[in-house]
Design a protein around this ligand. Structure first.
Ligand SMILES: C[S@@+](CC[C@H](N)C(=O)[O-])C[C@H]1O[C@@H](n2cnc3c(N)ncnc32)[C@H](O)[C@@H]1O
Length: 374
């Protein structure tokens, strides 16, 4: 799809927060500092101590290498790559969600209402854990009057951004008080792996919403299901029917990430956490299942069949790549590389033959910031 904005190669594409917190490394000399970046922000979304990203300087400090892949250096908990290969996987997953929910967000009427231009403060959107920036860019294009900020441990810095969108290097768990009361819409998709205390994050993000603002959260479930939507057994030996190697890598990834402290069960607990947050109201929840591969047929409805095929194909390709993304994590936790590589080969085989029919599960949530009662 042709982009609606002009690419200015001289415009900084990403920034990183450098305030008084000791966690952000100070790599910029006075000469590197880009004061224009700060004055450029006309959004009503403050950009505290914002510096433009210089890939030659900051790339070395904000990214590290392991097992031939690049990773963020800010947060040890999140150990999935931040490189072009991973961004390509996230692109596929993003397109899967676009298809799956027919757009960038659920609760469409409420979101459009809250983002409709008015004479008050400029509308503002935050995407937490923005990754490639695809969602943030999509929102900036759909709502050109709004300012969109994406934050991530390692956002993609190689893509052009619309003028009303900026991406920041940041760890959301370090505290977001600089953004309290700044946003009409906040979106998080698949960040649980980089978060230890999710209820505390919900509280902090609720404070970042303006009154009536909307919080949208999407989290994956690493429990793979069979074609009857029941949990499928992970495969441990080749040739066993009704077992899945995709389920196996998800099982190993889940256990490893959970043992390290990631919020791997957040999808199942989020609704009660949202309901317990006094600043929020109107919580909504829906679970979607995406077929892994184009195996689910709907013979009665051609349009639906084409849709399922497309979603299934995107899900299959992103799942195949996910096995590569978790490889460095598993090896760093003591798995033998040969075993991990064998699992990956079995996954490739399972996904190319579609020998078992499986689904991934996705949890979608929304809630709204309460207006104070009179
Ligand atoms: C699986 S990716 C999803 C990216 C994007 N939300 C999407 O759906 O395409 C998770 C992203 O969240 C980011 N992330 C994880 N923990 C984070 C944290 N504590 N603060 C900021 N970003 C975080 C990661 O760096 C990664 O880019």
């Amino acid at each position: 799809m042709a982009s609606k904005f002009t690419y200015d190669p001289y415009r900084p594409h990403a920034y990183y927060r450098h305030y008084d917190d000791p966690v952000s490394p100070d790599t910029t000399s006075a000469g590197d500092r880009d004061d224009d970046a700060r004055s450029e922000s006309t959004s009503g979304t403050p950009a505290p101590s914002v510096y433009s990203f210089r890939s030659s300087v900051d790339g070395k400090v904000l990214l590290r290498e392991a097992q031939g892949r690049k990773f963020n250096t800010q947060n040890d908990l999140y150990f999935l790559p931040a490189d072009e290969q991973e961004y390509a996987r996230l692109d596929m997953q993003h397109r899967m969600h676009l298809k799956g929910i027919d757009g960038l967000y659920i609760r469409k009427d409420d979101v459009r209402k809250v983002l409709a231009p008015d004479s008050g403060a400029q509308k503002a959107i935050l995407d937490v854990g923005c990754g490639t920036g695809a969602w943030a860019i999509g929102m900036a294009e759909e709502f050109p009057h709004a300012q969109v900020v994406g934050i991530d441990l390692a956002p993609c810095t190689s893509r052009p951004l619309p003028d009303n969108c900026r991406l920041e290097f940041d760890d959301v768990t370090l505290g977001m008080s600089h953004y309290h009361n700044c946003f009409d819409l906040i979106h998080l998709r698949c960040v649980g792996n980089g978060v230890k205390d999710y209820p505390a994050l919900i509280e902090d993000l609720s404070k970042c919403l303006r009154l009536g603002g909307i919080l949208l959260i999407v989290e994956a479930d690493l429990q793979v299901l069979n074609s009857h939507k029941e949990p499928i057994e992970p495969a441990f030996r080749p040739g066993k029917p009704n077992q899945s190697w995709v389920a196996r890598i998800c099982f190993e990834a889940y256990n490893t990430m959970k043992a390290r402290g990631s919020s791997m069960d957040c999808g199942r607990q989020l609704l009660s956490w949202l309901k317990n947050e006094p600043l929020l109201k109107g919580e909504e929840y829906q679970k979607l299942h995406f077929p892994i591969g184009p195996w689910e047929k709907n013979r009665k409805d051609e349009k639906r069949a084409a849709h399922l095929e497309e979603v299934g194909e995107l899900c299959r390709r992103s799942m195949k790549e996910f096995s590569r993304s978790v490889r460095p994590l598993l090896i760093s936790e003591g798995y033998f590389p040969e075993i991990v590589d064998k699992i990956i080969r079995c996954i490739d085989d399972e996904l190319s033959t579609l020998s078992v029919h499986t689904y991934t599960q996705w949890h979608y949530f929304s809630a709204q910031k309460r207006k104070p009662s009179a």
